[in-house]
Design a protein around this ligand. Sequence first.
Ligand code: HEM
Ligand code: HEM
Length: 263
Amino acid sequence: MRTASHPDQPQPNPRHHPIARLTHWISAAALAVMAASGLRIFNASPAFAPKGTPPFPLWPWEGTPAPAWLTLGGWLGGARHWHFAMMWLLVLNGAVYLLHLFRRGRWRTIVPRVGGWRDAIEMARFYLYLRRDHPVQGKHNALQQYAYTTMLVIGVLLVLSGLAIWKPVTLGWLTRALGGYAWARWWHFAAMLLLAVLVLVHVVMVFTVDPYALRAMTTGKYDAARWSPEARHARPLQHLAPARVMPARTASAGAVPATTEAP
Ligand code: HEM
Ligand code: HEM
C-alpha cells in the first residue's frame, strides 16, 4: 500500500487524460500556425472596409499591416496554403477534444457552474492580494473555467467566421448572419486577437502560478497535495510579497510555515 505520494511516483490517475494532453498541444501549435498565416493573409489587404467605402467603424488602424515577424507563409498564396492545410488538423483535433469533454461529463471541469461568478470574484480578490487564503477549488478554479470556456466559444466563432469568408456564396446565409463579408472578416480577425490575449494571460498564469501544471499537461504526473496552487496558496508575484500578506499555511496543506517563504 502506498502511504505517501512522491512527485516522481506515477499517480494512480493522471491529472489530464492522454487525449486532453495530446489535443491541447496539437491545438496550441495549430492555432499558432493559423494565427501567423492569417496575419500574412491580412497583410495582403490590411483594411476591412472595401475600397471606395468609408473607414470601417471598429478598426481604427485601417491600412496598417501586422509586423512581418508575426506572419507565416511569405506571400498571400503561401499563407493560404498553410491556413487551409492546418484548418483540417485544427477542426479534427478540436472535435476529438470536444468528444472527450462530453464523455463522462468531463465538461463540468471546464464550464463554470451556475453562480460561478462569485467564485471568480473571490479568486480575483485572492490574485489581487485582497484576500488572504486561496479559495477552495476543484480541478480548475472559476477564473480558469471562464477563460477555458471563452477559448472554446472563440474557437467555434473562428471556425464559423472562417467558413463564412471561405465560402461566402455556398454559405451565404452564414456570411449574412455575421453582417456580410467585411464584417465576417472582422469577426474572424477580432476573435483571433481575443484568443491571442487569453492565451497570453493563460501562459503567464501557468508560469507564475502553477508551473507544475506543465508536467501534468505533458506526462500527466501531478501531486496535488504538494503542488496544487491551492496547497501552495500560489498567486503571481507571491515570492515578492511582504511576510504580513503571506497566507497562514495549515497542517492539511502539508507545508512549510509561512515565514520560511517570505523573501
Ligand atoms: C475552420 C477554420 C478556419 C477557416 C475555414 C478559415 C478561413 C479563412 C479564410 C477563408 C480567410 C481569408 C483568406 C483569403 O482572403 O484569402 C482567413 C483569414 C484569416 N484567418 Fe482564418 N480560418 C479558420 C481558422 C482560423 C483560426 C483558428 C485563426 C486564428 C487563430 C484564423 C486567423 C485568420 C486571420 C488573422 C485571417 C486574416 C483576416 C483577413 O484579413 O481577412 N483563422 N481565414
Ligand atoms: C492556443 C493556445 C492554447 C489554448 C487554446 C489552451 C487551452 C487550454 C485549455 C482549454 C486547458 C484546460 C484543459 C483541460 O483541463 O482539459 C489548458 C490547460 C493547460 N494549458 Fe493551455 N492552451 C494553450 C496554450 C498553452 C501554452 C502555450 C502553454 C504553456 C506553455 C499551456 C499550458 C497549459 C497547462 C500547463 C495546462 C494545465 C493547467 C492545469 O492543469 O490546471 N497552454 N489550456
